[in-house]
Ligand binder design. Structure first.
Ligand SMILES: [Zn+2]
Length: 239
């Protein structure tokens, strides 16, 4: 049944993707990114943490740099050169003023037309959502408004940096109402970008293969939109 409207990227020149961890973009999101970069849209990634507490058998001092390097490789696959990884503590990200300040600064720098993030719902499609994902999503919602308010975080507004209004917020796995159409080529790149998290995935033996996982997400989204492959999102126009 076709229930999702195709998201029209006309007019979007820059997208900023904001997530908590290395690999968060790679469960379908990066296939949409591959589609966008192929269309000439500039895409940047902002990760709030290096995911250093995400590998049970690997100490954070080793896991952080390892996962950052795997994220860089994942970005290369889908045409993203602008990757920023903040130093917030993995597993302990807070929906705080400081987190909003850091995100608002990145928004004012990147000046995106659309921001892409993950759902902040407690109950996400796959089960109970991670604390960092919830905190990040909520902080992103607030920081979009903060970045547009010239009276907030005024210390950032120097050296030509100004307030910035983002038009769209796209959130995955969050009561989708739109679908981002993805070509077969972009699907393949999306799979390859998840596979770039090689050592991280090797440490999760029960994890589905990147092929099965990303294809499943995008085929399911496509079915809901009457398209071969699509990523379901909730598209909010920011007032
Ligand atoms: Zn995550």
């Amino acid at each position: 049944m076709t229930t999702l409207e195709r998201f029209d990227p006309t007019g979007i020149q820059r997208v900023l993707c904001i997530v908590a961890h290395p690999d968060d973009m790679e469960y379908g999101g990066s296939a949409a990114v591959a589609e966008w970069t192929a269309q000439g849209i500039e895409v940047s990634y902002l990760l709030l943490t290096a995911g250093e507490a995400g590998m049970r058998g690997v100490a954070p001092e080793v896991a952080g740099p390892l996962r950052a390097a795997e994220q860089r490789a994942a970005c290369d696959v889908v045409g993203v050169t602008d990757l920023t990884i903040l130093d917030l503590p993995d597993g302990l990200v807070e929906h705080s003023i400081e987190t909003r300040r850091r995100i608002a600064h990145a928004i004012r720098q990147a000046r995106p037309d659309a921001i892409f993030t993950m759902t902040w719902d407690l109950e996400a499609g796959w089960g109970l959502n991670h604390a960092d994902h919830r905190a990040t999503g909520l902080a992103v919602v607030d920081a979009i408004r903060d970045a547009d308010n010239p009276w907030l975080f005024r210390e950032q507004l120097t050296d030509g940096l100004t307030e910035w209004k983002t038009t769209w917020l796209l959130a995955t796995a969050h009561r989708p109402d739109h679908a981002i159409e993805v070509s077969e080529r972009a699907l393949e790149l999306g799979i390859a970008s998840l596979a770039a998290h090689r050592e991280y995935l090797e440490a999760l033996p029960d994890h589905p293969t990147p092929h099965d996982l990303v294809t499943g997400v995008l085929t399911g989204g496509g079915e809901q939109a009457g398209l071969p492959f699509a990523l379901p999102v909730h598209a909010y126009r920011m007032g």
